[in-house]
Design a protein around this ligand. Structure first.
Ligand code: ZN
Ligand code: MN
Length: 476
């Protein structure tokens, strides 16, 4: 590699408050809701309407700031960012500019070279714009989203590959979900990325000229756009050219970035303090009240799961990715079930059932107690794995106790070696040819015979005892 990429991310996060940032309109689902059902004089910019800051949105901002180890500024200032576009009838966005709510934080990410600190420059509050739908000869305006609270989180240019940027973004999404401030529904555009990318010759310090790719709505799009920019800019430098500082878009279908407009500076927005809102004051008492709401965060939980339950890094990562999944796991383990077995049943059969039913872990009928019971029935040899799958499916449908199902349906595993021995010899008697070819060296036949005995046992024989007995009799 001749060039080192330098990447910074700006992340816009929709906060899941009841009402909008500066008015009492409800926050509605911007994809499902009828257009323009949540609009009032404030968010449609009627003359004389005055904004009032949403207290809960401020608290969510503080919460995220604290989770990212930021300084929560005692005074921050709302400012007008002027721009002219039909999705924002005020012709400005209320944002924070020189004095943001949270500054100087960091996020720890796991990379191939170990842990790495990505510095967070700032996090500030602002409002979202409306939505335009372009039809043949007109554009339709939907203001449901105009004024929805946004938190913009800006990193330092501390990432050096698209993969690192993706890891940072995924970790950030996990944290936001843990805090309950964002739904994490990426396909609804509730988290949007802007990637600033430049390249410089390896070993040099001076930053290259960067481009900014806006409106990246998925991890995939973000990663692809960054990789595309790294390759494009490296080629320009190779050919002795100069990268233009531009604002770009990402064409998903072509897999290419394209220039939207030229170099953009903050003075283009004519920022000035919002005269209709007082400075936002966060005193120590308020900040500490919010701090008390902080849950154990994904990274800390990850470390604890590794140490406490002796899990693989992969398993621990899957479990901590969502707070509810981690909680379910711990509740199950507390019912005296083996942690490793619990992870396997969760990430295997249970997640598959959830995917098929399109529900999440908070909606399932399998209680942690039931899963623990199931895991223990298997580990105690009372049922085998195949029966356990059948039982789990039943619990998933009807929410009954695994023990009750096993009893009701007579599914208990047959471990009685006399009985298994009888079944084995009757199968061998009925299939003399196969037994002979086994003895002549075609040992693969044993699997087929195993299946025959298991069928006789209606799937309930202890597989280990069965196999041992089968081999013993074949080799007699
Ligand atoms: Zn409104
Ligand atoms: Mn912004």
């Amino acid at each position: 590699m001749k060039y080192e990429p330098v990447i910074g991310l700006e992340v816009h996060v929709e906060l899941v408050t009841e009402s909008k940032m500066f008015c009492g309109c409800p926050v509605v689902d911007s994809v499902e809701a009828e257009p323009n059902i949540a609009v009032c004089p404030v968010c449609s910019a009627m003359p004389g309407a005055l904004p009032v800051a949403n207290e809960r949105a401020v608290e969510y901002g503080i919460l995220v700031g604290l989770a990212l180890s930021c300084t929560i500024e005692p005074i921050s200032i709302f400012a007008r960012k002027n721009y002219f576009y039909p999705d924002m009838p005020k012709a400005y966005q209320i944002s924070q500019f020189e004095d943001p709510l949270a500054t100087n934080g960091e996020l720890l990410i796991q990379t191939d070279e170990g842990e790495k600190v990505i510095r967070v420059l700032r996090a500030h509050l602002e409002e979202d714009a409306g939505k335009l739908t372009h039809i043949e000869d007109a554009s339709l305006v939907d203001l449901n989203r105009a004024g929805v609270p946004l938190l913009e989180i800006v990193s330092q240019p501390d990432m050096h590959s698209a993969a690192e940027a993706r890891t940072y973004a995924e970790n950030l999404r996990d944290i936001l979900r843990y805090l309950g401030v964002n739904s994490g529904d990426m396909e609804k555009g509730v988290i949007r990325f802007e990637a600033n990318t430049s390249v410089r010759p390896v070993g040099t310090e001076k930053l290259g000229i960067r481009t900014e790719v806006k409106n990246l709505n998925s991890f995939r799009a973000m990663e692809d756009a960054i990789n595309y920019e790294i390759a494009r800019q490296s080629k320009i430098l190779d050919e002795g050219g100069k990268v233009d500082q531009v604002t770009m878009g990402w064409d998903e279908s072509k897999g290419k970035t394209y220039t939207m407009r030229g170099k953009e500076d903050s003075h283009d927005y004519r920022y000035f303090p919002e005269p209709d809102l007082p400075p936002l004051k966060v005193d120590d008492a308020w900040r500490e009240r919010v701090r008390a709401e902080l849950p154990e965060l994904p990274h800390a939980k990850f470390k604890r799961f590794l140490a406490e339950y002796n899990l693989s890094e992969y398993d621990a990562k899957v479990l901590v990715s969502q707070r509810e999944i981690a909680k379910y796991f711990e509740k199950t383990v507390k019912k005296k079930a083996n942690p490793k077995a619990v992870v396997n049943w969760m990430t295997g059969e249970l997640f598959a059932l959830m995917n098929r039913a399109e529900i999440d872990i908070t909606e399932i009928k399998v209680s942690p107690t039931a899963l623990a019971e199931l895991v223990n029935l298997v580990s105690e040899g009372k049922i085998n794995k195949n029966t356990a799958k059948e039982v789990l499916g039943e619990v998933f449908e009807h929410g009954k106790s695994p023990k009750a199902i096993v009893e009701e349906k007579g599914l208990a595993q047959v471990s009685d070696s006399d009985l298994i021995s009888e079944l084995v010899s009757s199968v061998i008697n009925a299939h003399q040819d196969e037994a002979t070819s086994y003895r002549e060296g075609k040992t693969g036949v044993a699997n087929w015979l195993f299946g025959q005995v298991m069928r006789q046992a209606r799937g309930r024989a202890n597989p280990q005892i069965l196999r041992e007995e089968l081999i013993r009799q074949l080799e007699e």
